[in-house]
Design a protein around this ligand. Structure first.
Ligand SMILES: [Zn+2]
Length: 302
């Protein structure tokens, strides 16, 4: 019951907040098919919970992309991350090398957009309404050199792993996706509302949020999103409580926090011990299937 109430105000913030974060650009990101136009309005909450077991939140913009890419990693990283091996020459090949076939199969489309150097490096969004298939969009200016070769940088590898983390945690086996045309997302009491729908109680994301994000922090993050202040919010939260987040970008909202923490889990598990940030990284280690997945991904990235 308490959980429901906690989540009422937060439906749209997780995914939508992520959408709007660009690495260095001041322009908000836009839906994929659009060129470069800022989002004109933020979603708004219209109604409170109507009863004890359902929560309803108005969605004004039902089909937003899921996530932007994280910014370039700040210098809080204790160890350098090894860039993709030179044998990999394309983003497609990198994905196929990194991911087991069943996971790779979730990403059925890879497309290119660009905002020039820096800005967004990549993002993902669902293709099928139920979240069973996804598209990855990457910026060629950030990922390829002028001569056409793949940039062999840790940024590229980190971002691709980060984006995959969204697919891992928001696909249809984890989140019951809402009808994109629906005005409201309605979740059962034991589910966690996210922008895409209802994260199942046993989903990675729901458990991550339950363990690491307070109602207050989620509300603040959502308010910051509505105000267009996500970057300032993340900066302030990270500055105030640096031991809680693996990167500043992780402080944006729970969905980005989970994706960044998963990225560290795969690429750089040995972060500073004894911190909440490290607990977030180790969180994923409680799931045997994710330990196996990490093993596979590490073999493909080193
Ligand atoms: Zn993200």
């Amino acid at each position: 019951m308490k959980k429901v109430l906690i989540l009422i105000a937060l439906v749209v913030f997780s995914g939508l907040a992520a959408i709007m974060l660009w690495i260095t650009s001041t322009e908000p990101v836009t839906p994929v098919q659009d060129a470069v136009a800022p989002i004109s309005s933020a979603p708004s909450i219209v109604e409170p919970v109507s009863d004890a077991t359902r929560s309803e939140v108005k969605r004004t913009d039902p089909v937003e992309p899921v996530s932007s890419s994280p910014p370039t990693q700040p210098n809080t990283t204790p160890n350098a991350i090894i860039p993709p091996p030179p044998t990999i020459t394309t983003i497609d090949q990198l994905l196929t090398t990194l991911l087991p076939p069943a996971e790779r199969a979730r990403i059925t489309s890879i497309d290119i957009e660009t905002d020039g150097i820096d800005g967004t490096l990549a993002f993902v969004e669902p293709i099928a309404a139920d979240g069973s298939t996804w598209r990855l969009v990457y910026d060629q200016a950030d990922t390829y050199n002028p001569d056409g070769s793949l940039k062999l940088t840790s940024d590229v590898l980190q971002t691709i792993v980060h984006e995959y983390a969204h697919v891992l945690m928001l696909n249809h086996t984890q989140v019951t996706h809402a009808d994109p045309d629906a005005s409201y997302i309605k979740c059962d009491f034991d589910q966690t509302i996210v922008d895409e729908g209802c994260a199942q109680a046993d989903s990675y994301l729901a458990q991550f949020i339950e363990q690491f994000w307070t109602e207050s922090d989620r509300e603040d993050a959502y308010d910051a999103f509505l105000a267009g202040d996500e970057e300032d919010f993340a900066y302030t939260l990270f500055t105030d409580r640096p031991a809680e987040f693996v990167t500043e970008y992780a402080a944006t909202d729970p969905v980005e926090d989970a994706a960044e923490s998963f990225m560290f889990f795969v690429l750089q598990p040995n972060t500073v011990s004894g911190t909440t940030a490290n607990q977030k990284v180790e969180f994923f280690g409680q799931f045997p299937e994710l330990v196996e997945l990490r093993k596979y991904m590490q073999a493909g990235s080193y």
